[in-house]
Design a protein around this ligand. Structure first.
Ligand code: ADP
Ligand code: ASP
Ligand code: MG
Length: 415
């Protein structure tokens, strides 16, 4: 029998503020069942529901401008509570188990605090515990630098811990247990009749994740794709088959749009920029030098040898970008800087776009029919994205789900 990695998200661990241990025990039973079938089982756990938010809020109240290193020391503690509780729950069910922090299993990362990248994992202790018949419980979301500093992997990072460990152990499957039955064509909280997908390609899942579907952290899908780890997303509440994230199957191309998403962004415009060679290179060079990713860019043809250049960035980078843009305006003799932090990017994703045409037209008319103005557009081989006002985010996602027939006739029975 092979190795199975099972990851339990916050809601599968219960609410910390209600002293809710039922969920955790239920999740432990699921783990025990898999162990009883004869597999070696490694469990990755997240902090209990709401706990990471609370920790970050506390940090923000004490010192919002503090060192990211200390934020990580604090934010990582939620997962340490969870490993202790999960190992205790498994022992109560009669299953020998052992808990490990990220550092204890040599989950080495770079030193990019709050968004660290995994570099290597030492599987020796894990394999030794397996040889002793133990279930191994590992804290998600956290790692350690060569210097021994605690890091975290970015919000939702336990998914990445789980897939990376599954890759290192060459596990048969990485099961991601969460509060919905699997991956849907749209966030089921926004589109109640969204269809659940039986399977989805790594490539499409990567786009959906990076464009806002938080059911899997983007980096976890990158790991799964690079190391060919089969990932299954499923409910920790009901025993029903979930969604398999895997390599593309031939029939996948038949579907034009696999899913729709939305993600908050911020828009910055430089108004009255002199129209001459090298100006765009200067603007985006300065922004890149600060390690800030620019998403969409549009240049409007202006008059009198002047243009307007607009672009989007993630909201967390807006403050820094405005500061850079204000300096630039003086330097390049532009008119002014404008910003809008109330925009979202809505996207339609599907590998079928490679062989179908007309997706863009359908998307634009579905938005227009709801009176939604499109501010910026970008396309790639398998996705189309539009920037729109935040107030229309849910309306837009619902309109696109309807347009691309991503809904069931009746609402799926949930929980
Ligand atoms: P966990 O705590 O288990 O990691 P998350 O809250 O991070 O759970 O992710 C699960 C949530 O992702 C769901 O509750 C759902 O609202 C949201 N979600 C967004 N887009 C999708 C999608 N396309 N399919 C499924 N869930 C989605
Ligand atoms: N607890 C962390 C978070 O809330 C990691 C995770 O849940 O995956 O972001
Ligand atoms: Mg998550």
């Amino acid at each position: 029998m092979g190795i199975i990695v099972q990851k339990f998200g916050g809601t599968s661990m219960g609410r910390w503020d209600r002293m809710d241990t039922d969920r955790l025990l239920q999740s432990a039973e699921r783990v025990a069942k898999t162990k009883a079938q004869g597999h070696d089982v490694l469990v990755v756990v997240s902090a209990m529901a709401g706990l990471t938010n609370l920790l970050l809020e506390l940090a923000g109240r004490v010192n919002p401008e503090g060192e990211p290193r200390e934020f990580d020391t604090l934010a990582s503690t939620g997962e340490q509570i969870s490993i202790g509780l999960m190992a205790l729950a498994l022992q109560r069910l009669g299953y020998p188990s052992i808990s490990f922090t990220g550092a204890q299993i040599g989950m080495k990362t770079d030193a990019a605090f709050t968004k660290a990248r995994i570099q290597s994992i030492d599987t020796d202790r894990i394999r030794k515990a397996f040889r002793h018949g133990k279930i191994v419980v590992v804290a998600g979301f956290q790692g350690v630098t060569d210097e021994g500093d605690i890091t975290t992997l970015g919000r939702g990072g336990s998914d990445t811990s789980a897939v990376a460990i599954a890759a290192a152990l060459k596990a048969d499957v990485c099961e991601i247990y969460t509060d919905v039955r699997g991956v849907y064509t749209a966030d089921p909280r926004v589109v109640p009749r969204a269809k659940m997908l039986e399977r989805i390609s790594y490539e499409e899942m990567l786009e959906l994740a990076s464009l806002g579907s938080k059911v899997l952290q983007t980096r976890s899908v990158e790991f799964a794709m690079n190391y060919k780890v089969p990932v299954c997303v499923l409910s920790s509440f009901e025993e029903v088959p979930g969604t398999l994230v895997t390599e593309e199957a031939e029939d996948m191309e038949r579907v034009m749009v696999r899913g729709v998403t939305s993600i908050p962004e911020a828009k910055v415009s430089l108004v009255g920029v002199p129209d001459k060679p090298g100006v765009a290179a200067k603007i985006f060079g300065d922004i890149a030098a600060r390690n800030i990713n620019v998403d969409m860019i549009i240049q409007n043809v202006g008059s009198d040898d002047h243009n307007d250049i607009s672009f989007t960035v993630s909201r967390s980078d807006l403050k820094a970008v405005i500061a850079i843009a204000n300096d630039l305006v003086k330097e390049i003799h532009a008119q002014k800087v404008q910003s809008d932090d109330k925009v979202v990017k809505v996207s339609a994703v599907g590998v079928g776009m490679r062989s179908h045409s007309g997706v863009a037209g359908k998307m634009f008319s579905a938005l227009a029919n709801k009176g939604i103005n499109i501010q910026l557009i970008s396309t790639s081989e398998i996705k189309i994205s539009c920037i729109i006002a935040e107030e229309y985010a849910e309306l837009a996602v619902r309109a696109l789900a309807e347009e691309f027939e991503l809904e069931n006739e009746s609402k799926e029975l949930e929980q």
